[in-house]
Design a protein around this ligand. Structure first.
Ligand code: CTP
Ligand code: MG
Length: 213
């Protein structure tokens, strides 16, 4: 099975206030750590970058220019693939995903499984709110059926291409397969696999990297 990894790093970092994916982390960068973890499972690693990116690829085999949305960035990379059976999509903004996690999602693609995503059970009580001020609580959800999901997400290339054929946008790739009724399974994720969204997340990730060195 030929496995390719796509590390998406073409976001604007609006909530962070900077291109968080290229910040220095330890003796490397956020995106380079993500690329290194992806390499453990993939013979070919593609980094999707913003148009104005001037770097040298963060250790990836090649770079592709991203699009206006995360889904569009993934599609730009998919358009360059051939002779690949399995694609692993990973957010550059999750530099602490381990190589074990990459292997776990790929290994879950057995029989009819089209996609596999890392997930965590929720320990907080989960409620639905409206957007008024103050926010009114509408209901409390049944937590036992809910999980949060992460990247890396592994897919059979053919299933992922079909899911993206409609050019829809979603916050992850699995959502596009689910919408078509494809079989996507959840494997155990990692609580340390933090997505850097805000400067507070980056501080936490930095302290974990520091503690491990
Ligand atoms: N991403 C991308 N192309 C886009 C948007 C996002 O490649 N057009 C990537 C980001 O670089 C990131 C991952 O998708 O690695 C997850 O996106 P997110 O955490 O939302 O990052 P940003 O979109 O950059 O942040 P924000 O939404 O705050 O602007
Ligand atoms: Mg975003």
């Amino acid at each position: 099975v030929r496995v390719c990894a796509v590390v998406v790093a073409a976001g604007r970092g609006e909530r962070f206030g900077a291109l968080k994916q290229f910040l220095p982390l330890g003796d490397t960068t956020v995106a380079a750590l993500s690329v290194t973890a992806a390499r453990s499972v993939a013979s070919d690693v593609i980094l999707v970058v913003p148009e104005e990116y001037q770097g040298s690829g963060e250790g990836a085999d090649r770079t592709v220019i991203g699009g206006a949305t995360r889904s569009a960035s993934v599609r730009n990379a998919l358009a360059t693939l051939s002779d690949v059976d399995v694609v692993v999509i990973h957010d550059a903004a999750r530099p602490l995903a381990t190589s074990e996690l990459f292997h776990r999602v790929v290994a879950a693609l057995v029989d009819d499984v089209a996609g596999a995503v890392p997930s965590l059970e929720m320990s907080d009580t989960v409620k639905r709110v409206d957007h008024s001020t103050p926010r009114r609580i509408l209901e409390t959800l049944d937590r036992t059926q809910l999980v949060t999901v992460q990247t890396p997400q592994a897919f059979r290339l053919s299933a992922l291409q079909l899911a993206h054929a409609g050019h829809d946008d979603a916050t992850d790739d699995a959502a596009l397969l689910e919408a078509r009724g494809a079989l996507v399974v959840a494997v155990t994720g990692e609580s340390t696999n933090i997505k850097i969204t805000t400067p507070e997340d980056f501080a936490l990730v930095s302290s974990l990297v520091e503690a491990a060195s």
